[in-house]
Design a protein around this ligand. Structure first.
Ligand SMILES: O=P(O)(O)OC[C@H]1O[C@](O)(CO)[C@@H](O)[C@@H]1O
Length: 254
């Protein structure tokens, strides 16, 4: 694991966007795993800016998203389809057929999970998987539990996740209680993982992820077993990591 400790959200976004850009420039046909939530929004903004300057080309890049709410169609403002279109895809030259998200409206849950697993398999290796971190340690929507789930599954969201995400819904809107998510094994199969974390409110959980025991009760702790994880986290998020861990993981910024 490598850790880039940066000053703030803006630096985190720029550093992570740099890492993603390097992958795309070196391998224009790469497969990138994408995340939603508030953390990656700054990364997408930065990538859009570089695209508009002519420095990036997404025409051959393929993407696979981690998750989608069950019951929200792609035009619903809180769906992750809508989020990706609004914050990224509509502003760059991704081909629609090269982008993939679970279908939140699928009636048959098992069939949708099988379809998404097949999409992941057909893409071959994920070259780089971008991940945010939930306050309870979730990655994608792999919530804390007694065991890790390997493949795509439909998950009952924890109370804390529903509460955390409720800020994005308008008053009176029904907040989904279930979501489709890529499983832990699919995430771990990515060649490279980029975890981005911002803010003091994530300091405790980031410390557990990096320093604590590997346990499905803190889903992201399994990243300790992956051989190419880069964490980009700001000072607030790093504020509970002990000095020894910081010294052993910290990379110099160039
Ligand atoms: O970045 P946020 O908004 O704190 O969300 C944390 C994580 O939870 C999710 O919203 C659930 O998948 C992710 O998209 C995100 O990485």
């Amino acid at each position: 694991m490598k850790l880039y400790q940066v000053n703030d959200y803006q630096e985190m976004s720029r550093k992570a966007a740099n890492i993603i850009s390097a992958k795309i420039i070196l391998k224009p046909q790469c497969v990138i795993g994408l995340a939603t939530g508030s953390t990656p929004i700054g990364i997408y903004k930065q990538l859009i800016e570089w695209y508009k300057k002519g420095d990036l080309d997404f025409s051959e890049v393929k993407s696979i998203n981690l998750d989608e709410y069950k019951g929200l169609d792609e035009n619903h403002k809180q769906s992750y389809h809508y989020f990706m279109n609004k914050n990224f895809f509509y502003h760059v030259n991704f081909k629609k057929e090269n982008t993939n998200l679970p279908n939140g409206m699928a009636d048959n849950i098992d069939a949708e999970c099988d379809r998404y697993n097949q999409v992941i398999t057909n893409l071959g290796e994920i070259d780089l998987q971008l991940l945010g971190l939930g306050h309870n340690g979730h990655i994608g929507f792999n919530e804390p539990g007694e065991e890790y789930k390997n493949g795509t599954h439909c998950v009952a969201l924890s109370e804390s996740t529903i509460e955390a995400n409720s800020r994005l819904f308008e008053e009176g809107e029904v907040i989904p209680k279930y979501a489709f998510t890529m499983g832990i094994r699919s995430i771990l199969k990515a060649k490279k993982i980029l975890l981005v974390v911002s803010g003091k409110d994530k300091a405790d959980i980031l410390n557990q992820v990096l320093n604590g025991p590997v346990t499905p009760k803190v889903p992201a702790s399994i990243l300790q077993f992956h051989n190419d994880v880069t964490v980009v986290a700001d000072k607030g998020a790093c504020s509970k990591i002990n000095e020894d861990t910081l010294i052993s993981l910290r990379q110099e910024m160039i």
